[in-house]
Design a protein around this ligand. Structure first.
Ligand code: NAP
Length: 309
């Protein structure tokens, strides 16, 4: 017979782990389901400079290890599993897995977000052969080579700076004439003489051969003038979309697909909470994700009490 949990948490990034820490510490019967390793999107970064308590910054991997170790110290039960669906209309909710299901009285959805694709010719064909969505994972392959970064947000600009540790030259290609990234992040990139900026320009096509990516076809906007840029790698950082394939359409979302919650992290379905990047919010940061996780766990506990579950 299956166990019945007080809370099932989906996702082992900073939001899910913090929800797990709070719930386990409150002695609730809680399980956290994660399909890969702990850390979520955090593991795609090298260093974290804006998480309080680490005046010199901390490695993303190190921070993820510290958060998970702390949650596990309170006895958080975890399971490596891919969630394929949810059944949440009844008071006892079901988390559907590839090889069975788990039942819980409340759910905390903390499955995060995934990188957007550019949607241009050659992108799918060359993914893993020159097209990447993770600098920390792939930068070492491009020692002394020329690479492109597509995007102008915090991720693109931070990763461009990181790439300069390996690549000989990094071309940042952005569709507007000014970057979206925070000022302090922009300044670091402007001071780095291995980075140049190709503004008001979009990638039309990624070209290559049997050895992988060889170059990009670029187009000026407006204007439409096209040009070619020879690079052996292209790192795409054009925003994120929520990882919600397993979530039924009946759960309320915003127009971009992020899950709507109230201040208590409660979603439109009673007993279902959401935390971190998967939810509709203004500021997506580790520090806001952990706040969401704590709030969701606290309010899941209140829900259990109020409903005498
Ligand atoms: P983002 O802030 O949404 O930026 C996406 C970038 O990609 C924008 O520059 C956007 O251009 C561009 N873009 C979107 N679609 C495109 C397309 N089809 N073709 C070409 N360019 C396209 O996404 P993000 O940088 O991944 O950041 C996500 C969230 O995480 C943000 O809230 C960010 O602040 C946060 N974050 C924070 C830190 C930090 O604090 N250290 C680090 C990383 C991420 P436009 O500017 O023209 O829209």
């Amino acid at each position: 017979m299956n166990d019945l949990f007080d809370i099932a948490i989906i996702g082992g990034g900073p939001a899910g782990l913090t929800a797990g820490l709070y719930a386990a510490r409150a002695r609730l019967k809680v399980i956290l389901l994660e399909r890969m390793g702990f850390g979520g999107q955090l593991l795609t970064y090298e260093k974290v400079d804006n998480y309080p308590g680490f005046p010199e910054g901390i490695s993303a991997f190190g921070l993820s290890e510290l958060i998970s170790a702390q949650a596990l110290r309170f006895g958080l039960l975890t399971r490596n599993a891919e969630v394929t669906g949810l059944e949440f209309e009844a008071p006892i909710k079901r988390v559907v897995l590839a090889d069975g299901f788990i039942e819980a009285k409340t759910l905390i959805l903390a499955s995060g977000a995934s990188p957007n694709k550019l949607g241009v010719k050659g992108e799918t064909e060359f993914t893993g052969r020159g097209v990447s969505y993770c600098a920390v994972c792939d930068a070492p392959f491009y020692r002394n080579q020329e690479v492109a970064v597509v995007g102008g947000g915090d991720t693109a600009i931070e990763e461009a700076v990181y790439l300069t540790k390996f690549a000989g030259r990094v071309h940042v290609i952005h569709r507007r004439d000014r970057l979206r990234a925070t000022q302090i992040i922009q300044e670091k990139a402007f001071q780095n003489d291995k980075i140049d900026f190709i503004l008001s320009t979009v990638v039309k096509e990624i070209r290559g051969g049997s050895g992988g990516v060889e170059g990009l076809i670029l187009e000026e906007v407006p204007g439409g003038r096209t040009s070619e840029l020879a690079v052996s790698g292209v790192f795409v950082f054009v925003g994120i979309h929520p990882s919600t394939d397993y979530v039924p359409a009946s759960l309320e979302r915003d127009p971009l697909g992020f899950i709507r919650t109230n201040q208590e992290m409660a979603t439109s379905v009673p007993g279902v909470f959401a935390a971190g990047d998967v939810r509709s919010k203004e500021l997506r940061q580790i520090v806001t994700a952990v706040g969401d996780g704590a709030t969701a766990a606290f309010n899941a506990g209140r829900y259990l009490e109020a409903h005498s579950l």
